[in-house]
Design a protein around this ligand. Structure first.
Ligand code: AGP
Length: 611
C-alpha cells in the first residue's frame, strides 16, 4: 500500500513544501522510500530515495522545489526492494513523463519484455515503470498525451491508482483508478489528487471519491473524467461531497480505531494479495522447494503468525499428504536438532522482524535447511535472510492486534498448498484451477462474514465485557482459527481465553464450565467435523455454558447454539477467511465496551524485536 498525491496550480509556487506536507499525511499508509516530481517552466524535476520521509527531506530537500504541477509518493514496496532506484516517481527514457502508482501491475513482466524489445531502457525493478514507458511508446504513435495515457491504461492488468505529469503539458495531472483508492480534492483555482482524504484536507473539504475504471486529467480549474469501461464522460461534479472529518479521523478512514479500519480493509487486502499471487515469480519456486524437500517441512511463526503456521500444517497434510511440523518460533532449539539438509522451513512473520522467528531462521539455515519466508513487509529481515520470499499484500497494519495480515497469510498459504497439490499430481490441472477460483472468492467471503457478524458482536460484547474467562473450541482446520479468536479477546479485551481442540474438553477443561460460561465454537464446513463438534456443543450446553457458533450456511449445528453467525464457505481452505472476522469483531467490541483502546493493548508491542 503506497500513498500518492498530486497538486495542480496555474502558476509556479513552493510546490515541494505542499507535496512534502501531503506525503507526511499519507505516512500512515506505510513508507520505505519516497519521492516527488514537479514541473517548473516546462522542465521536469525529480527527487526521490530510500528512507524515512524526514530523513529524505534533509538529504534531498523536497521543500525547496518550486513548480506549478507536481506529484509525490510514499512507497510500501511490493515489486523490487526499497532502494533509491525503485522509489517513485518513475520516468520514461526521454525524461518528459513522470508517474506515481499505488497497486500491482500483474502483467508487468510481459509488458516490460515487449517494451525492452522496442528499445526502452528500464532503470528500476518495479512493476510501475512499465506504465511510463507505455505512455512514451503510445505518445510516439499518437502525439497526444491523453490518448497515449488511456492506451497505456487499457494495457494494464491488476490494481492501480496512477498519477502522471509531463513537461509537454505543464498544468495537467493525468489519473486512472482501478481497485486502489484515489480521491480528488476540488479547490478554487487548483485541484489536488491523493490516495486518501487526510492529504486533501489541508487544501479543501470538497472531495470526489473516484470509481474504478475512471480516467481523466485535472487542470487548475477543471477535472475531466471518463469511464474507460463505457467510454463515456462522467459528470464528476455530481459526486462532490463535503468532508467533515479531522485529519486524525480521516487517516483512520472515519473509524474510531485502526483495528476496526483494518478489520474492514480485509476484503481489499485479500484482493491485493490475490493479484500479487497471480503475478508472483517466487510462488512456483516455493512450490518446487516444498516438493523437493526430503518430505520434511517445518513451519513456524509467533502469535498470530504461529496460528497461520498451524493452519498450514493441517491444510498441507489434509490436501497434499505432505506432513509439516508446526512449532512456535521461540521453541526453535527443540526442533532444529532434528533438522537436516534438504528440509524446508516455512517462516511466517507479518512484520518480517520478529526476533524469535529470525533466530529460528538462522538456526535452521546453519543446519542446511532451505528457508521460505512469508511476510507482509518487502525486504524486511526475515525475507532478506531466507532463500525464497513470498509476500502478502495487506498494506501496513498499525493496530497492535494482527487482523488483515492473518487473513492474507492464510490465503497465501492455501494457494501455496494448492500449488503443491497440483505439482505432485494430487490435484489435476483442472482441479487446481477449480480450487484457486474458489480461493479467489476470499474477498467476498470475508465481506459476508463482516456483514453478518457486526450486529451480534456488538450485542454480545455487552455481556462479554464482564466475563473473566472463555473457551474457543473447534476441530481440524478450525483449531488455529479458534486460537486466533482467543488471542484477540485476550490481548485487546483482557479476558482470559483458552482455545483447544474440542475433543479435549472431557480431559480436563470442562471442569471450569458453569452456568453462563461463554464458549465460542468455530465449526468449519466439513461434515465429519461438524458431526464431532455437535457432541461438544451438547456437552457444554448440558453444563449451562452460553454457546456462540460461527458456522457455515445451512449447518445442522444452527439449532443447538444460543447465538449463531452463518458464514459463506465455498471451500474448507477458506475457513480462516470466513470464520475469523466474527471473532475479531467480538474481541474489538468487547474491548471498546470496556473502554479500552484496542490499538494499543497494555504490555504489547506491534513488533517484538527482542527474544
Ligand atoms: C497478534 O495480534 C499479535 N500482535 C502478535 O501475536 C503477533 O502476531 C506476533 O508478535 C508475531 O508478529 P509477526 O507476524 O510480525 O512476526
Amino acid at each position: 500500500m503506497c500513498g500518492i498525491i498530486g497538486l495542480c496550480y496555474s502558476s509556479p509556487r513552493e510546490l515541494g513544501k505542499l507535496l512534502y506536507k501531503g506525503l507526511l499525511r499519507l505516512e500512515y499508509r506505510g513508507y520505505d522510500s519516497a519521492g516527488i516530481a514537479v514541473i517548473c517552466e516546462r522542465k521536469l524535476h525529480v527527487a526521490k530515495g530510500k528512507g524515512m520521509l524526514r530523513d529524505l527531506e534533509e538529504k534531498l530537500g523536497f521543500t525547496k522545489y518550486t513548480g506549478s504541477t507536481g506529484i509525490g509518493h510514499t512507497r510500501w514496496a511490493t515489486h523490487g526492494a526499497p532502494s533509491n532506484i525503485n522509489a517513485h516517481p518513475h520516468t520514461d527514457c526521454s525524461g518528459v513523463f513522470a508517474v506515481v502508482h499505488n497497486g500491482i501491475i500483474e502483467n508487468y513482466d510481459e509488458l516490460k519484455k515487449r517494451l525492452i524489445g522496442r528499445g526502452h531502457v528500464f532503470k528500476s525493478d518495479t512493476d510501475t515503470e512499465v506504465i511510463v514507458h507505455l505512455v512514451e511508446e503510445y505518445y510516439r504513435d499518437t502525439g497526444d498525451v491523453y490518448e497515449a495515457f488511456k492506451r497505456a491504461i487499457r494495457e494494464l492488468r491488476g490494481t492501480y491508482a496512477i498519477l502522471m505529469i509531463t513537461s509537454l503539458e505543464e498544468n495537467k495531472i493525468f489519473f486512472a483508478k482501478k481497485d486502489s483508492p484515489l480521491v480528488v480534492g476540488v479547490g478554487d483555482g487548483y485541484n489536488v489528487l491523493a490516495s486518501d482524504i487526510p492529504a486533501i484536507l489541508d487544501h479543501t473539504r470538497r472531495v470526489v471519491v473516484l470509481r474504478d475504471h475512471w480516467v481523466g486529467y485535472a487542470t487548475p480549474s477543471s477535472v475531466y473524467v471518463e469511464d474507460l469501461a463505457t467510454g463515456k464522460p462522467v459528470d464528476y461534479s455530481a459526486y462532490i461531497r463535503l468532508v467533515e472529518w479531522s485529519v486524525e479521523e480521516a487517516s483512520k478512514g472515519g473509524y474510531p480505531f485502526y483495528m476496526i479500519k483494518e478489520i474492514y480493509e480485509q476484503p481489499q487486502a485479500l484482493k491485493s494479495t490475490i493479484a500479487g499471487l497471480k503475478s508472483s515469480k517466487e510462488l512456483p519456486l516455493a512450490v518446487k522447494a516444498i516438493v523437493e524437500a526430503n518430505g520434511r517441512v517445518f513451519v513456524t511463526g509467533a502469535g498470530t503468525s504461529y496460528h497461520a503456521a498451524e493452519f498450514y500444517a493441517i491444510a498441507s497434510s489434509t490436501l497434499t499428504g505432505i506432513l509439516a511440523v508446526p512449532f512456535i518460533a521461540s521453541e526453535y532449539e527443540a526442533y532444529s536438532e532434528s533438522a537436516r539438509e534438504g528440509d524446508v522451513l516455512v517462516a511466517i512473520s507479518q512484520s518480517g522482524e520478529t526476533m524469535d522467528v529470525i533466530k529460528a531462521v538462522r538456526k535452521f539455515k546453519e543446519r542446511g535447511v532451505r528457508v521460505l519466508a512469508v511476510s507482509n513487509v518487502v525486504d524486511s529481515a526475515i525475507p532478506r535472510e531466507s532463500h525464497i520470499a513470498l509476500y502478502t499484500r495487506a498494506g501496513p497494519e498499525i493496530g497492535v492486534a494482527a487482523t488483515k495480515t492473518f487473513l492474507t497469510q492464510t490465503l497465501l498459504l492455501a494457494w501455496l498448498i494448492a500449488g503443491v497439490a497440483e505439482y505432485t499430481g494430487v490435484l489435476s490441472r483442472s482441479e487446481y484451477s477449480e480450487v484457486t477460483s474458489l480461493l479467489e472468492r476470499a474477498p467476498r467471503v470475508a465481506e459476508i462474514s463482516l456483514e453478518r457478524s457486526e450486529e451480534l458482536a456488538r450485542e454480545l460484547s455487552k455481556s462479554y465485557a464482564s466475563k473473566s474467562s472463555m473457551y474457543y473450541l473447534s476441530r481440524h482446520i478450525g483449531v488455529p482459527v479458534a486460537r486466533e479468536g482467543a488471542l484477540k479477546i485476550k490481548e485487546i479485551a483482557y479476558i482470559h481465553a483458552e482455545a483447544y481442540p474440542a475433543g479435549e474438553s472431557k480431559h480436563g477443561p470442562i471442569a471450569l464450565v458453569e452456568s453462563k460460561f461463554p464458549v465460542v465454537f468455530v465449526a468449519p464446513g466439513i461434515s465429519l467435523v461438524e458431526q464431532a463438534i455437535k457432541g461438544n456443543i451438547e456437552e457444554m450446553r448440558a453444563r449451562g455454558a452460553e454457546t456462540v457458533g460461527v458456522v457455515c450456511e445451512g449447518s445442522p449445528l444452527k439449532g443447538l447454539l444460543d447465538h449463531v453467525i452463518e458464514v459463506s464457505c465455498p471451500h474448507w481452505l477458506l475457513t480462516p477467511i470466513s470464520h475469523t472476522p466474527p471473532l475479531q469483531l467480538l474481541a474489538y467490541y468487547t474491548a471498546t465496551t470496556k473502554g479500552l483502546n484496542p490499538d494499543r493493548p497494555r504490555n504489547l508491542a506491534k513488533t517484538v524485536t527482542v527474544e
